[in-house]
Design a protein around this ligand. Structure first.
Ligand code: NDP
Length: 288
């Protein structure tokens, strides 16, 4: 069997076209949505991510503000900058690129962002909303994965989903979103003892480990949907995921590639959240 490819690149283009239409409508009756991005320090990967996010905003007609702060920026200056953006009515979404330099508390920074502008969906309130099935901004990566699963038109009810990884930004919100769709969810982590066995029982396998080619074909149930969140450099220096794509594609029913899989979807869901933030603001201020 050769798995069908779920292309995040193609799906994200379709979703972005829809976002662009909605942005244009909103721009006519209110104004274009605006995302403020804060980058602290010189981390190379973060610079690339931020550049891609700003570019994606432009592509969809979303205005963006990029605030670059030096590595040694004191925590209170960053918190003040966020507060300034919180109080700026022309800004709908605020994103602080992680990771932050060691002397800055990530949790303090996340909590400083107004819940209404937390388009990354990382705040305690938005996580709580996800946990209790209330409306709120959803973390972009698992939100994008849900859209990829939706694109297969496979009903998730009663399916066994295995998530490998329990981070706050991927694994845990992923579990909650799958639970919301009535999947039976298992979360595995570095202390899990029977990972391959769990994998062979999973109809859906989401890998968010951060280890190149970690998921091998003997960990995958024939016909399963395999979603690869990982972004790693392989020994050849090329980008690769957490799933050994070449061997797993022979077993899985569906598989996502790296690059061109979950990555573009993450950025797209950030745009979606920013649009929603602006739409909510428009309703609040104009009643429509
Ligand atoms: P973290 O490092 O925060 O989490 C990794 C998780 O993997 C941890 O829960 C860890 O377990 C678990 N793990 C590590 N080793 C094993 C093992 N041998 N067996 C089972 N579980 C293991 O990473 P993130 O969640 O932030 O990211 C995961 C990957 O996804 C990275 O490659 C990252 O670059 C990528 N990523 C991609 C995004 C995208 O847009 N495509 C967005 C965000 C992340 P434990 O908790 O016990 O330590």
């Amino acid at each position: 069997m050769t798995a069908k490819i779920i292309s995040g690149k193609e799906l994200s283009q379709a979703i972005k076209a829809d976002i662009n239409k909605k942005v244009n409508l909103l721009a006519k009756k209110f104004r274009a949505p605006c995302l403020a991005v804060i980058l602290v320090g010189e981390d190379l990967a973060s610079q690339v991510y931020v550049r891609n996010k700003v570019k994606a905003c432009e592509g969809c007609g979303i205005t963006s503000i990029l605030e670059k702060l030096p590595e040694e920026t004191p925590e209170e200056i960053l918190l003040e900058k966020i507060e300034q953006f919180n109080n700026d009515d022309s800004i709908d979404g605020i994103l602080v690129q992680l990771p932050l330099p060691k002397h800055i508390s990530e949790s303090k920074v996340i909590e400083q962002i107004s819940v209404k502008k937390d388009v990354d969906g990382f705040s305690l309130e938005n996580v709580g909303a996800l946990c209790t099935g209330m409306p709120g901004f959803k973390a972009c990566t698992p939100y994008g994965v849900m859209k990829m699963l939706e694109s297969t038109a496979i009903n998730l009810t009663g399916k066994h989903a295995l998530i490998i990884g329990r981070s706050n930004i991927v694994g845990k919100p992923m579990a909650l979103m799958l639970l919301e769709k009535n999947a039976t969810v298992t979360i595995a982590h570095s202390k899990t003892v029977n990972l391959a066995e769990l994998g062979r029982d999973a109809d859906i396998l989401v890998a968010a480990v951060g280890k190149a080619n970690f998921v091998k074909k003997d960990m995958v149930k024939p016909g399963a949907i395999v979603i690869d969140v990982g972004i790693n450099r392989g020994t050849d220096g090329k980008l690769c995921g957490d799933v050994d794509f070449e061997e797993v594609k022979e077993v899985a029913g569906y598989i996502t590639p790296v690059p061109g899989g979950v990555g573009p979807m993450t950025i797209t869901m950030l745009l979606q959240n920013t649009l929603e933030a602006a739409e909510l603001k428009s309703i609040k201020e104009q009643g429509n």
